[in-house]
Design a protein around this ligand. Structure first.
Ligand code: PLP
Ligand code: COI
Length: 357
């Protein structure tokens, strides 16, 4: 009788274990996968997280009945490490990512990852891949991606009995080509990102699966970024597919306070910087028609940093923001420079956001 052997050759691209640092064009990094030296992982079983392990090959061996693949019991984080002018590596606000991962885990019935373990995993992953942190002056950073998922076998719908925490890293540059240059966003009329009492407020994998199709449709129509409205009334602004929405109006920083928006750590940072600068901050409902009244609008997030959005298309309506929609406004630019300066260790870190490796 035939055995399964004839089918057993894996067809995927096989990555060898990295033994040397490859030649990387540090000045032209985009946001793409590059294999680094290793990732780190810890497994939860019988009520305990295992000691951290370094894994050199970029694969995980998983049970075919794991709950992440079948039922989406999976969440993740995104944060960055920066090499400063002084050569030191700083990780930005990792404690905030630890807290957000706790809230994602709780919503998906995944055991909590203690903050200490999360921070140790992040620091170890960066330390073991330090040669992949882009040099100072290139504008690049090391993107850190912790993921947490049900790795045990279950076939009925229930939570797993084994979970894997894994932290991988990848050197990155700009998420959108052209860095800070302005983009036009599109409202995809037939798609919502999050239900009012759903899971929009946590960073679960399924939210991004739901965004893939509208994201791809928007991109093929020439719009690199999607703006989502509230699913119930389709009147107020929620956020972009991969980042939060904020606007500047006179001396005020405005950002939506919806419970179905992901609480962005970058947004929290910008709010603090705006306050430090004497600005008023309004966290409130933002009607889509208010777009035309704003001086500047930005998309903010770890991957996108700050991207200026100067036009928004919704059906046949085009909203133009500010007086010069072909340029990035000066105040957005200034906020961008302030955040970057703290991240690269060039400006005083008054709030203790950057942690040296
Ligand atoms: N909103 C969504 C949907 C995101 O995926 C992200 C990216 O992490 C953000 C907002 C920004 O969050 P943060 O600034 O913490 O990266
Ligand atoms: C991030 O900004 O860290 C994100 O997770 C967005 C992702 C889609 C790249």
């Amino acid at each position: 009788p035939k055995t399964g052997r004839a089918f057993s050759q894996p067809r995927m691209v096989q990555y060898e274990v990295r033994r040397t640092v490859p030649k990387i064009d540090w000045n032209n990094l985009g946001f793409q996968y590059i294999q680094t030296a290793c990732h780190v992982q810890s497994v939860w079983k019988d009520g305990e997280w295992s000691a951290l392990q370094r894994v050199d090959e970029p694969y995980v061996r998983m049970h075919i009945a794991n709950t992440a693949l079948h039922y989406g019991q999976s969440c993740f984080e995104g944060l960055k490490a920066f090499r400063g002018r002084d050569g030191r590596v700083r990780i930005f606000r990792a404690d905030e990512n630890a807290k957000r991962m706790s809230s994602s885990a709780a919503r998906l019935v995944i055991p909590n990852v203690p903050e200490q373990l999360f921070l140790e995993a992040v620091h170890t992953a960066v330390r073991e891949n330090e040669q992949f942190v882009p040099p100072y002056g290139t504008g690049g950073s090391l993107y850190i991606r912790p993921i947490l998922f049900g790795s045990g076998a279950k076939i009925g719908l229930q939570s797993s009995d084994e979970f894997t925490l894994l932290v991988m890293v990848v050197p990155v540059g700009d998420y959108y080509k052209g860095g800070l240059s302005p983009v036009t966003a599109i409202v995809m009329e037939d798609y919502d990102r999050a239900a009012p009492k759903g899971v929009g407020h946590v960073k679960v994998a399924g939210n991004y699966a739901a965004d893939l199709l509208p994201n791809m449709m928007g991109k093929s129509a020439g719009y690199p970024i999607n703006l989502y409205l509230d699913a119930q009334n389709r009147r107020t602004i929620e956020e972009f597919g991969t980042s939060n929405f904020f606007a500047l109006k006179g001396n005020t920083y405005v950002t939506p306070n919806s419970r179905s928006v992901l609480p962005s750590i970058t947004n929290k940072t910008l709010i603090q910087l705006a306050r430090d600068d004497g600005m008023m901050v309004e966290e409130r409902e933002v009607d889509i028609d208010e777009l035309e009244t704003f001086d500047e609008v930005g998309a903010c997030g770890t991957a996108v940093v700050i991207t200026a959005v100067t036009r928004v298309v919704r059906g046949s309506k085009l909203y133009e923001i500010g007086d010069e929609p072909d340029r990035v406004g000066e105040r957005l630019h200034s906020l961008y420079r302030k955040v970057r300066a703290i991240q690269y260790g060039e400006a005083e870190d008054r709030h203790g956001w950057a942690q040296e490796l």
